[in-house]
Design a protein around this ligand. Structure first.
Ligand SMILES: NC(=O)c1ccc[n+]([C@@H]2O[C@H](COP(=O)([O-])OP(=O)(O)OC[C@H]3O[C@@H](n4cnc5c(N)ncnc54)[C@H](OP(=O)(O)O)[C@@H]3O)[C@@H](O)[C@H]2O)c1
Length: 320
């Protein structure tokens, strides 16, 4: 496992982050604990969760965080935990939840769920462009000053709003966002049939990261297993077909899948090593979030933790 310090923070994290979206939801508590043990035994230290994860189970909102809190209490570890709040209610995704009261309520609940005093890294899970960035900055800075959170970032924000927020932070000598969590993998995504509040990496956002040394912590970093499934000739789920194999992006992504296998065969790297290696070899700090469901998938994803591709290999993967 390699480690890096997120720029402008003292958060030293493993180069792969374990996503908890499935933990306690699709994956049982005991299997979730096995995945957490395996990740930390392999040197992983960085976890990604959110107040909303597993809210759709009978345990309700905060249950992914509570599962992590329970695991941490039984097996103390030196973990860095990123969590997210301010997510709309699931039944009204078009209604923002970024008032001071709503943000403060989420920030008050997450440490209790996780069993920690201060949140290492808190992200806005979504944006609400109707709320001025100055107002959101005020709220974040007051939460940092009160010792509730160490650092904050954003997820699913468009670049123009991130830029506005960072400019406002700079104007008042505040640190601003230290990380951005967009949807990003080697596959192009077609979000036309998805939740309209999701935001994917694009060229403009990439330049923003590069020019500002801002860390990217991408989710769906393996395109939900698209490349592995193509390589193994396994059927694609409806969700994968809609997002990664649609008319708009399917041909490009299938050409990339062929390129992954071709370049991987020449360099002795597996499909997963190529796919995660692509993100781990960008010219700015990138910590992919992995979303394994099983110990075999986790072991396979961990095998990519030290991969570095050359700039030529990265460019070759993008040629299609
Ligand atoms: N900020 C946000 O809005 C947001 C949104 C989504 C997710 N996230 C975060 O990102 C994490 C990961 O997201 P994700 O689940 O969409 O990412 P992902 O890793 O791209 O997709 C997970 C799926 O990929 C397949 N997979 C994973 N590892 C594999 C391997 N080594 N070999 C073969 N197949 C593999 C599995 O598919 P099968 O189940 O078909 O085997 C698994 O269910 C979440 O847990 C959460 O922490 C954040």
């Amino acid at each position: 496992m390699r480690y890096l310090t997120l720029p402008r923070t003292n958060l030293r994290v493993s180069t792969l982050c374990l996503g908890a979206g499935n933990l306690g939801a699709g994956v049982s508590e005991s299997d979730s604990f096995a995945l957490l043990d395996q990740f930390f035994d392999a040197g992983g230290t960085f976890l990604d969760t959110a107040a909303i994860y597993a809210a759709w189970t009978s345990d309700g909102k905060g249950s992914s965080e509570r599962l992590i809190g329970k695991w941490l209490a039984s097996r103390p570890k030196d973990a860095v935990i990123g969590t997210k709040g301010g997510h709309p209610e699931l039944h009204s995704m078009n209604v923002g939840r970024l008032t001071r009261r709503e943000i403060e309520a989420d920030v008050a609940d997450s440490p209790k769920n996780l069993g920690v005093e201060t949140l290492d890294l808190w992200y806005f899970h979504r944006d609400d462009p109707a709320v001025p960035v100055e107002e959101l900055l005020d709220i974040m800075e007051s939460l940092v000053a009160a010792g509730k959170i160490r650092y904050y970032g954003c997820s699913n924000w468009k670049t123009a709003r991130m830029r506005e927020f960072q400019d406002a932070a700079q104007a008042r000598s505040a640190r601003g966002f230290v990380a951005n969590q967009p949807l990003w993998s080697l596959a192009q995504s077609d979000l036309s049939g998805s939740d309209p509040t999701l935001v994917a990496m694009n060229a403009e956002m990439r330049d923003f990261h590069l020019n500002n040394s801002l860390a990217a912590i991408p989710y769906s970093s393996q395109a939900n297993g698209f490349f592995q499934k193509i390589a193994e000739n396994r059927p694609l789920s409806r969700g994968i077909t809609t997002t990664y194999d649609s008319e708009a992006v399917g041909a490009l992504n299938r050409a990339r899948a062929a390129q992954v296998e071709n370049l991987g065969a020449h360099s002795g790297l597996s499909v997963t090593q190529m796919v995660l290696g692509y993100l781990l070899s960008q010219p700015f700090p990138v910590v992919p979030i992995i979303g394994p469901r099983t110990v075999a998938q986790l072991e396979n994803s961990l095998s990519a933790s030290e991969v570095k591709l050359s700039a030529e290999q990265v460019a070759a993967l993008e040629t299609n």
